[in-house]
Ligand binder design. Structure first.
Ligand SMILES: C[S@@+](CC[C@H](N)C(=O)[O-])C[C@H]1O[C@@H](n2cnc3c(N)ncnc32)[C@H](O)[C@@H]1O
Length: 316
């Protein structure tokens, strides 16, 4: 798409493969989409809280540019850090990007919080039209959380979506904190939590990988995660769930634990089938203290994060 003859007041970046679910959600939110520019949905409406967007551009502007130098100086004049969304006109875009200050490109070494420096985003709509936004929802370039992976410890790569979620929360279990993890096998999340020094009770119908089960602080309970009641365990600092279950069943489970008052933090993967049960995500999002987001390590799923109101203890 090249010609845009209306204001753009927000833009939503879809995760590749999740364009349709984002479009559906924007429709439910009453957000008009005037067109797609690659994975970026442009809207004439003010920014809305679209949970399936990997990144949201919150104050977009369109500027005519006569030259590469003009585009670069316009962006540099607004702020230091810019992430480039390369969609079209690659050579011209690369020449503009070369004239901007480099954005720290090193992957995040967890445990570490997501960056907090202001970061904008830009792309070329056509060779002579720049779309840019000084503010966006994700602290990562194009919403992509790059992490230094551990290729020997964890038995699955599922830990990456947990690390991404904890980095964005800027909190993670501390040594000795009590965690219960539902749907833990083969043990990627358990490995990540035990590596932080937390005490983890892992529940699954299937066993943990033996090396994870043997980590200090790990206790395995083989069985059904849905029959475990909050009163069956000591009060928890953290409840984690990566159980594969229907979203409404997970919602009931999350509410049971939250209402029990016996848990301070809850992090849960909400896995969706097709068609996507948007009404369930809306019910999750309406829980006070809760947020719901799609991250760059998620498939057709959202991460629900809940903190007991007034109980936030940021890492020093
Ligand atoms: C996506 S896997 C979890 C992966 C894990 N987070 C990791 O990092 O390795 C989902 C797990 O949920 C478990 N599960 C599904 N339904 C369950 C139930 N009712 N009770 C206990 N575990 C269940 C499955 O056995 C499976 O191991």
């Amino acid at each position: 798409m090249t010609g845009i003859d209306h204001p753009v007041r927000a833009a939503y970046l879809a995760h590749a493969g999740q364009e349709a679910v984002l479009a559906e959600e924007l429709g439910r939110l009453g957000v008009a989409v005037s067109g797609w520019h690659g994975l970026l949905a442009l809207s004439p409406d003010p920014p809305a809280d679209a949970r399936w967007a990997l990144d949201r551009w919150l104050d977009p502007e369109i500027a005519p540019i006569a030259s590469i130098g003009e585009a670069a100086s316009l962006l540099r004049g607004r702020q230091r850090n810019w992430s480039h969304l390369p969609l079209l006109h690659h050579r011209r875009s690369a020449l503009i990007a070369d004239r901007l200050p480099p954005v720290k490109a090193a992957p995040l070494h967890f445990p570490a919080a997501a960056p907090t420096a202001p970061l904008g985003a830009w792309t070329l709509l056509s060779p002579d039209r720049l779309l840019f936004s000084t503010r966006k929802s994700s602290p990562f370039p194009n919403g992509e959380c790059r992490l230094v992976e551990n290729r020997t410890g964890p038995p699955s790569r599922a830990y990456l979506k947990l690390w991404e979620t904890l980095a964005l929360l800027a909190e993670w279990p501390r040594p000795g904190e009590r965690c219960l993890e539902l749907g833990a096998s083969p043990g990627g999340w358990t490995w990540a939590l035990a590596s932080l020094g937390a005490s983890v009770t892992a529940v699954d119908r299937s066993p943990l990988a033996s090396a994870v089960a043997a980590m200090p602080g790990v206790e395995m309970r083989q069985g059904n995660a849905f029959t475990l009641r909050p009163e069956d365990v000591e009060p928890l600092d953290w409840l984690f769930s990566d159980v594969i279950a229907y979203p409404d069943r997970l919602l009931d489970m999350a509410r049971t634990w939250i209402d029990s008052g016996r848990v301070r933090r809850l992090i849960c993967t909400v896995k969706f089938q097709r068609p996507t049960a948007h009404e369930v995500s809306e019910r999750f999002a309406s829980i006070p203290g809760g947020t719901l987001r799609h991250g760059s390590h998620n498939g057709h799923e959202l991460m629900f994060v809940w903190c007991r109101p007034g109980d936030s203890v940021p890492h020093g």
